[in-house]
Every structure is written in C-alpha cells, then in structure tokens.
Design a protein around this ligand. Structure first.
Ligand code: FAD
Length: 337
C-alpha cells in the first residue's frame, strides 16, 4: 500500500512516524511546501525573546525523517487531488509530477484568517502563522534595531495568538499597542475574571491594550503604517492576528465535502473512503475543529493505528485544556476547548 500525506506539521509528521512504526512494508510519502524541516508552531509566539529560535524551533530535519523510512518531498506543493485515478499533482518538485496513492491523508493545516475589510491592505501587514512569517518579522525587526530604533508595533486582534505575540514583543523591549474588537481579551477562551487578569498582566508589561476597537483599515505614510479606527495612529509595523482558516481548497476542488474545515466522520475519513483529514483542517461531525497540539497528535496516532489494523473503535477527543503563553500570566480557571 502507498500512503501519501500532504503537510509536515504535527498532524502529518506524527501520523507518518506512527504509521511507519506499525508497518514496515507500506510505502509512506510525505509532501510538503516547507524547506526548513518539521518545526514547533506553538514556539512561533516566543519568536522574539529567544535568540536562537530559527534553529531551536526545528524538531526534526527532513533528513532525519527520511532516515526513519519516510519519503519526504519538500519544497513542493500539491496542486490537485485527482480522485478518479487516485493521484496527486505535485508542482515545484524536481522528482515527481504525479504520484499514485492507495490512501491519502490531508494534513494541510491552516493559514491566518484575514477579515475581508483588511484584505486590500495585505502589503501593509504581517501575520505570524509559519516559520517563514517569523523569519520575515525578525528580519524587519533587526533592521530597525540596527538603526538603534526600538520598533513600534500594532497587533490587531486580542485572541490567543495576538496576546502571546504582543507579550513576547513587549518582553523583548519593543513598544506594542494591541487593538481588540471586543470588550475583553481572549473572550472565547477565558472567563471574564481571567480576561481582566490578562489585561492587567499585558498592561503591566508595557503593552497598551485598546478594547472595543473598530479597526476600519490601514494606510501607508512614508516609512510608517497607520491603523484607522476613528483616529489614525502610526506604527513601524502591523501584525494581523484574527484567527485561522483551514486550508480546504484542495479538498473543495476535488469535490470532497467541506464546511468550515474538511468534513470527516469519527474515523477521520472524508466523503471519499480512501482520503482522510487530520489536524487544523479537519472538521468533526460535531462541527468542531480540534486546532491544538494534544488532540491533533491523538488524531494522528489513532489514524495510524486504525490504518495498520490495530484500532477498531472510532477516534474520541481527549480531555485537554490549553494555556496562553503570555509572560507572567496564569489563568485562574482552566479553559477547555
Ligand atoms: C503562533 C501560534 C501559536 C500556537 N500555540 C499553540 C499552543 O501553545 N498550544 C497548542 O496546542 N496549539 C498552539 N497553536 C496551534 C497549533 O500549532 C496548530 O493547531 C497545529 O500546529 C496544527 O498542525 P497541523 O499539522 O494541522 O497544521 P500545520 O502546522 O499548519 O501544518 C500544515 C502543513 O501543510 C503544508 N501544506 C499546506 N498546504 C500544502 C500543499 N498544498 N502542498 C504541500 N504542503 C502543504 C504547510 O506548509 C504546513 O507544513 C499555535 C499556532 C500558532 C500559529
């Protein structure tokens, strides 16, 4: 059997390694856009306070994964899933243009969600969703530091990632203003008491937190960028952090059932019985996306065991809670997703 996996995040890599451990004979090919290796996405939000982050974030090189018996095609993109002949189309790879699969695992993750009013200004802001994004942000920041200027940032969005990034930049000595649309921070995850505590921790660390903000758009003025709310405020740079969007395009083009994510049953199986989806991109029958490390690793290990014939019961989500990696903040009430 030839199993193809699309994506080298925790979903794709955890599945590939576990399946390899169960099955010595099946061929496993993982295809990914990435060039830098398998890295820890959660560590991105500590990307400014850790000097060696660009190396320490790498969990495994692709050569190490190859040495464990997984074919890796890196720096390549799957541009189509062809269900009639069970092939995937690959671009950007010198090795293969098309590959046949017996089973396909879509683990394409998610990109940053950009609210429609901000989309015309995509040249004016950064996001922090991948290692490529982090490297671009660090390069920009270093440019200012080398001119003896402490960067002045605006972060748009006071959810989990916006708060973490604001905290890490302030911790690293930068000036940070956080714009949030709602009347309290991380309102989806935290009870009001913890939102208030988080507000105090961020303000005390030097982040200027602005709640109830209606950000209408951005503008460029010489070497500054402006945030427009009713008033216009200038910054060196902006980071938009308004949630995530599952990468469902390939599945949609292939005619698979798609909602917010790629729809799967409790066996992580899409509307095609030979195609599975895992991780940020998978939407379970209860309508949930389990976009956190712990449940994703659980999905990936479960699917490996199921395809190897060891597991008979369907996947059930583990009980888990998550933490905001804001320096000096510990929620009083744990929050479940
Ligand atoms: C800044 C940040 C901080 C976070 N902190 C935490 C935390 O503290 N705790 C926690 O539990 N979770 C955290 N998360 C969420 C967690 O990191 C994600 O849920 C998880 O990484 C998703 O893994 P994934 O494998 O599904 O997708 P991804 O990590 O997005 O991997 C998808 C991969 O697929 C590749 N790909 C996509 N399309 C194609 C294609 N067409 N062809 C080839 N390759 C393709 C991408 O390049 C990528 O390598 C954080 C996320 C971010 C962005």
């Amino acid at each position: 059997m030839h199993v193809i996996i699309i994506g080298s995040g925790i979903a794709g890599v955890s599945f590939a390694e576990k399946f390899r451990s169960y099955s010595a004979d099946d061929e496993i090919t993982l295809i990914t856009r990435e060039n830098d290796g398998y890295y820890s996405r959660p560590l991105l939000s500590r990307g400014f306070s850790m000097n060696d982050i660009e190396q320490s974030i790498i969990l495994k090189t692709f050569d190490k994964l190859r040495a464990s018996g997984i074919n890796i095609i890196s720096g390549a993109e799957i541009t189509a899933i062809n269900r009639s002949d069970k092939t995937v189309t690959i671009t950007g790879s010198s090795q293969e243009k098309s590959l046949h699969f017996d089973k396909l695992v879509i683990a394409t993750g998610s990109s940053a969600f950009i609210p429609p009013p901000f989309r015309p200004y995509s040249e004016l802001f950064f996001c922090l969703n991948s290692l490529v994004d982090l490297k671009a942000l660090r390069k920009f920041r270093l440019g200012l530091l080398n001119q003896n200027r402490q960067p002045d940032w605006a972060i748009i969005g006071g959810g989990l990632i916006g708060c973490e990034v604001a905290s890490d930049l302030a911790f690293s000595g930068d000036n940070v203003t956080l714009f949030h649309a709602m009347d309290r921070l991380m309102e989806r995850q935290l009870v009001a008491e913890d939102s208030a505590l988080l507000f105090d921790v961020l303000q005390n660390s030097g982040v200027k937190v602005l709640l109830d903000q209606n950000v209408q758009g951005f503008a460029k003025q010489e070497n500054k960028v402006c945030v427009k709310t009713g008033v216009t405020t200038e910054f060196d740079a902006l980071i938009v952090s308004c949630g995530f969007k599952p990468r469902t395009e390939l599945a949609e083009q292939a005619g698979l059932e798609v909602g917010r994510g790629i729809k799967v049953n409790q066996y992580m199986q899409t509307s095609d019985e030979d195609i599975y989806a895992l991780g940020d991109v998978a939407e379970l029958p209860n309508g949930k996306l389990y976009a956190f490390i712990l449940p994703i690793r659980s999905q990936a290990h479960w699917l490996a065991s199921f395809l190897a014939g060891h597991e008979k019961e369907c996947w059930t989500p583990p009980v888990f809670s998550t933490k905001a990696k804001v320096h000096g903040f510990e929620a009083v009430h744990p929050y479940n997703i």
